[in-house]
Design a binder for this molecule. Sequence first.
Ligand code: SF4
Length: 244
Amino acid sequence: MKSLIKHSPSESKRGKEAAMPPLKPQTLAGLRRAARDCKACDLWKNATQTVFGEGSLEAKIMFVGEQPGDQEDMAGRPFVGPAGKILDEALREAGIDRSDVYVTNVVKHFKWAPAQRGKRRIHKKPRYSEINACRPWLDAELESVKPEVLVCLGATAAQAILGKDFSVTRQRGQLVDSSLALKVFATVHPSSILRAPDATARREQMQEFVRDLARIASVMKAGTSPSTRSPKSVKGSRNPGEAA
Ligand code: SF4
């Protein structure tokens, strides 16, 4: 069981809603339990539950998205809705076992607004202060899992983690200089593929997403900087469930 370092108070003061006290060293399971009662920003009020990260404590790759969606909010698990299915499919095609990765979000509660008609809950992008308020949980997950490879999914996660000037469009699939993990990348969020205007665009975007993941997997396996975009298959050892 890996232990966690204590977060410095400055890490908890990134926004006006960042009222979370420094997290005490504890296991991932302990963090998950503690996060259930988090009220460091207002997002808990309209959400069903905290959706903490999930995956193997020994995972080599951590994927970080924006926030849980409607189905994740109901299930209490990340990436189990339509975007999660896209991610599963892309991981399979890239030769990465989902059970070999850890998946989480920069924000742990679902932010939504009611649809103008019907009962649908429409995703709303989290504010900077909400992302900052939630950051200690992500930092604790990183410290606990210590992934070799960190992959930001989509602009919100990438800019929250890599800086507001980071452009996923320009820098997707490229190795990024960051102290958060040995190798850090960003690519699109799988939900963007669901929003493709037609089947052809969707197929092309999916292929590009798989290429990014396959390239990341090959870089991880080779332990070198990427030089090509050709997909290579890497199969991680199966390690189902979280060990904490
Ligand atoms: S979104 Fe994050 S910081 Fe805000 S209440 Fe939920 S767990 Fe706490």
